[in-house]
Write a protein that binds this ligand. Sequence first.
Ligand SMILES: [Zn+2]
Length: 341
Amino acid sequence: MNRLAIGVDLGGTNLRIAAVDEQGKLVEKITLDTQVSLGRDHVIGEMCNAIQRMSDKYKNSAPLVGIGVGVPGIIDRQTGLVRESPNLPDWVDYPAQAAIEQRLKTVVILENDANVAALGEKWLGAAKDCDDMAMLTLGTGVGGGLVVGGKIWGGANGMAGEFGHTTVEPDGHICGCGNHGCLEQYASATAMVRMAREAVSRDGTSALARALHSDPGFSAKSLYNLAAQGDEDARRIFRYVGRCLGIVLSALVNSLNLPIYVIGGGASSAWDAFSPAMFEELRRRSLVFDATTVQDPNAIHEGAAAHVKPGSGHRTVITHAQLGSDAGLYGAARLPMIAGS
Ligand SMILES: [Zn+2]
């Protein structure tokens, strides 16, 4: 049997653990409620028990390559400290790696969750034909990850790739990171709902206002459904989401000239609604994008640039992710497979 690695995706609401073989086959996947409110020791304890059970289950049939854990937050790679995590409030300067290793009595690799999602898409998803790629994940926040030479580019401290905290509005909405006007405040699922509420406060009689008032669970998906039905208020919000993504992607394309940029996360399913404005912004703002992409504007607007094979003809491809919410699990399992290579 092929060797296995265990990948962990620690989210704010649930904890997912998978055994993945070296060919990328998902052997087993489990989901646990994280219950973050019970504190970090509880979360770490539940996680380690589940990892141990999974590791014991396969130990006689497949050698374990290692364990990778994706954590939402700023991680210091040298020390294994979670410096801070918006979804895990009591994990400030918390030595998570040491806490996990003590319980499991083995080495684990800790990484930022958006970085591992990027690695997953590089390994098995939209960027599998490229060694170099960047990813943006549009979820509760906006995560970023950069892969260079097939490995996560962490920078000096392992903190690189925070594209979601790039400023798109100099005096814009306050962000959880302390800055004003971050991309995260205009392109996350949370931001989309906030912008819908702001639009409604200006015009309380619109279809968007009726939808917001009648649906207590109004979400980015609800907003997308309205846009798909032609609602102009919802469409305007997605055009703005696209503009902000285009501004940040233009900076990335100009700075990095990578063959492919992947957009994932739950809110990326609104691709049809935001991508025309995103591509328009890219063509307007990035000379490198303009010089390296298909020149048919209609093709670009339909997102057909995605059909150009990444890495071929030195084209810049900007496309949506392929692995959905499993990208982080695959990426986390991939960490020990490429460690030291
Ligand atoms: Zn920010």
